[in-house]
Design a binder for this molecule. Structure first.
Ligand code: F6R
Length: 242
């Protein structure tokens, strides 16, 4: 994997945006995989500005998501709410396609299959991922096999706490499961970008960059993958030896 060190959240968002633009400009029918949470808010803003100022044209671009919480589509924490509030409702030109897992599907096994078929038909040019404080990628939590495929994941307590914090909800309101791309689908993307900001991610960054490759820290699965790029800001890199 490659690692790019940047100063702060803004520089991290700029760099991630650059990679998204490269992916969009580098293909006739680009497919961009996005994610939710605190980390991508700056990236979403930049995509909105880029599209609305006509710096980038997304009319041929397919956008889809890494994962979705199991729960109502309109929940404050749902990836659907996040994507429409932060991106799709703000774009003056719509992307060609928008795909998301349906976290409210009655038959979740069938939904996993449906989403996997969409992924198979839409090979990603880029997949953006955040990093959990416990090293998770998507909802590939500690202990998940490195060859996981799209599945319904159970969140760890650390992830539930992060969700409560991010969306200002109680433990009872917080989702505990997610439909997530597995490592297999994530790594099928031509380029995987993991971006990380803030001192609360420093322990995970140290484990991912300097620790042993282990399912205890899921993102260590990327260590030997040349098409994965980490973008890490100073606060998140603070515990690294060099
Ligand atoms: C969310 C997702 C998660 C987050 C990760 C970091 O769709 O896939 O893996 O990327 O938990 O979350 P933030 O960015 O809120 O720190």
């Amino acid at each position: 994997m490659k690692v790019i060190f940047v100063k702060d959240y803004d520089e991290m968002s700029d760099k991630a945006y650059e990679f998204v633009v490269q992916a969009i400009e580098g293909s006739e029918n680009p497919v961009v995989g996005l994610t939710t949470g605190g980390t991508p808010r700056g990236l979403m803003k930049r995509i909105v500005e880029g599209v609305n100022s006509k710096q980038i044209d997304v009319s041929n671009t397919t956008m889809l998501n890494l994962d979705e919480y199991i729960g109502p589509n309109e929940a404050v924490y749902s990836a659907k709410t996040y994507m429409y509030d932060n991106l799709y409702n703000l774009l003056e030109t719509a992307p060609k396609n928008i795909f998301m897992p349906n976290g409210a599907a009655e038959d979740l096994d069938a939904e996993v299959q449906r989403y996997n078929e969409i992924l198979a038909k839409h090979p990603r040019d880029i997949q953006i991922c955040g990093l959990g404080t416990n090293g998770h990628i998507g909802a590939n939590e500690p202990g998940t096999p490195f060859d996981s495929t799209t599945f319904i994941a159970q969140h760890t307590d650390a992830t539930i706490a992060s969700t409560m914090n991010e969306y200002g909800i109680t433990r009872e309101e917080s989702p505990t499961e997610m439909l997530t791309q597995g490592f297999k689908e994530i790594l099928e993307s031509k380029h995987v970008v993991v971006f990380v900001s803030g001192s609360h991610k420093a322990e995970a960054v140290k484990a991912v960059i300097e620790g042993p490759v282990t399912t205890d820290w899921p993102a260590t699965n990327f260590r030997d993958k040349d098409h994965v790029t980490f973008i890490i800001d100073e606060a998140a890199a603070a515990l690294l030896n060099k």
